[in-house]
Design a protein around this ligand. Structure first.
Ligand SMILES: Nc1ncnc2c1ncn2[C@@H]1O[C@H](COP(=O)(O)OP(=O)(O)OP(=O)(O)O)[C@@H](O)[C@H]1O
Ligand SMILES: [Mg+2]
Length: 339
């Protein structure tokens, strides 16, 4: 219509820097890379990516041998990040994580030697075997993204993500995480035993891995600027009042409010406001990863079990009857209207 409107001249192509695809595409191909190196575990992969986008931390609960370490290893590879694995033991000291000041005789000064927490991805295996002092050093790191050693404060890397594992069957000699510690995690993901079809796939994947046909290097690697951009974009994903209201009704049901409040009689310790905030942030990350600019009630109902179950503690009677907090969240979801 407007024949006077002229197109601006095309910008000269910058041949020195090949154009990087949009960051959402990069994240999708990072997700696909992870799926190629792991059989199943799709939910865990999605949660790990959402955690890095939102700056959250993750607990993985599962029996030995279910590829927890392999998953976190692959995750660190696609993040192109420093990765460290710490096996928690009862004799672990806070300084084993944070680092320590060492006296250097020739200069007569103390120099700080950073510990494993100064990595981007920290896998804390069997976190509940670590004594409370170590758990609280981790708490500061997770909450503040900094640590204090010998009275001085040091900032940690960015991104910084703690992935902790817990074994659901062994409880002897463990220090269960206190509520304050659990509340710092964004996601609690349980990994299950594979069925026969998946077991076949795992065998094929692992047995072919060391052959000439395998291409273990073909993995999308994100850059720090991709993660920063993803964070910015995910933060501006729209959350409607109706979706916010759905979050509030679910979370406060754990405290006895609303139609589903009756379910909370088995609750000893309800979900805190961090539960609502993490649920909203996780929904933004999920929407962004799926190419949407707004969250939906489905984001909330899909994420609620992994965000809320770990931060609700059931009373003794419910625990004795074998009720789990995951079952409680499922019941609250069933009895809460979406809009
Ligand atoms: N779903 C899976 N996809 C790919 N490999 C798998 C899967 N499940 C198990 N494996 C293989 O099983 C082995 C054990 O995996 P890994 O060491 O990561 O388990 P884990 O959960 O960390 O165990 P642990 O609790 O004993 O540390 C690895 O060789 C891994 O490749
Ligand atoms: Mg392991």
């Amino acid at each position: 219509m407007n024949s006077f409107r002229q197109q601006p001249p095309p910008l000269p192509a910058d041949r020195s820097a090949p154009e990087r695809p949009p960051v959402q595409e990069l994240f999708n191909s990072a997700r696909d890379s992870m799926k190629q190196h792991l059989v199943g575990h799709h939910r865990l992969i999605e949660r790990l990516l959402a955690a890095v986008i939102t700056g959250g931390h993750v607990i993985i609960e599962g029996s030995p041998g279910l590829a927890k370490t392999r998953t976190v290893n692959t995750f660190a590879t696609v993040l192109n990040a420093d990765f460290v694995r710490i096996q928690a033991t009862p004799d672990l000291l806070p300084a084993d994580l944070t680092g320590t000041s060492i006296y250097e005789q020739h200069s007569a000064t103390f120099n700080f030697m950073p510990g494993p927490l100064f990595n981007n991805v920290v896998l804390m295996d069997e976190i509940n075997r670590a004594p409370p002092k170590v758990q609280s050093a981790l708490l500061e790191a997770m909450g503040e993204q900094q640590i204090t050693a010998s009275g001085k404060t040091y900032p940690l890397s960015d991104p910084f993500i703690v992935v902790a594992t817990q074994n659901p069957i062994e409880h002897e000699g463990t220090y269960p995480l206190p509520e304050a510690q659990l509340d710092r995690f964004m996601f609690f993901v349980d990994v299950q035993m594979p069925d026969p079809a998946l077991e076949h796939e795992i065998l094929d994947l692992v047995l072919n891995e060391n052959t000439a046909h395998s291409d273990a290097t073909a993995v999308t690697r994100l850059q720090p600027q991709d993660i920063k951009l993803a964070r910015q974009q995910a933060q501006s994903v729209f959350i409607s009042d109706a979706v916010k209201d759905y979050i509030v009704r679910l979370v406060t049901a754990t405290r006895g409010y609303g139609a589903a409040g009756a379910e909370s009689k088995v609750v000893e310790h309800a979900a805190s406001p961090r539960g609502s905030i993490f649920l909203a942030r996780a929904a933004q990350a999920r929407a962004w990863l799926n190419g949407r600019d707004h969250t939906t009630p489905e984001d909330i109902s899909v994420l609620a079990p992994d965000v809320l179950s770990g931060r609700i503690i059931l009373n003794y009677h419910a625990q004795a009857r074998g009720v789990t907090s995951r079952e409680l969240v499922a019941r609250i979801l069933d009895s809460t209207a979406v809009v």
